[in-house]
Design a protein around this ligand. Sequence first.
Ligand code: FES
Length: 138
Amino acid sequence: MVCAHPHGPSRRQVLTWAGAGAAALTLAACSGEEDAPPPEAGERLVGLEEIPVGESVGVRTRKGAEVVVTRVTEEEVVALSAVCTHQGCTVRRETTDLACPCHGSRFDPTDGTVVQGPAEEPLPRVKVRIESGAVVTA
Ligand code: FES
């Protein structure tokens, strides 16, 4: 399968090239997720009341980026790209980790570090702040 890619390589594609070779690149390029630009500052992602402390929710930005927001404490949230750094599937909260359904990678929801491979790179952080009871991109 060949996918036309209208833009240059994203950071994640470069990581994919470095980490997993051409087959992984083909999958990543076809997923469409890497084309979503980072969210603009000031975009409301989710209401704080929608995330129980210690839990995570997945959201999609206006421009289509998949983000997972974790409420670490009452007043602290962490947002990460939900795009697995292995081959681009979307991770979701499962027990205490963010889990990738494709090949089983697991990530720490509080900082994106890899808990279990095959992914080798952490989930990139998305800068956010709490504003008027909502999680907003910073
Ligand atoms: S895409 Fe392979 S583990 Fe996530």
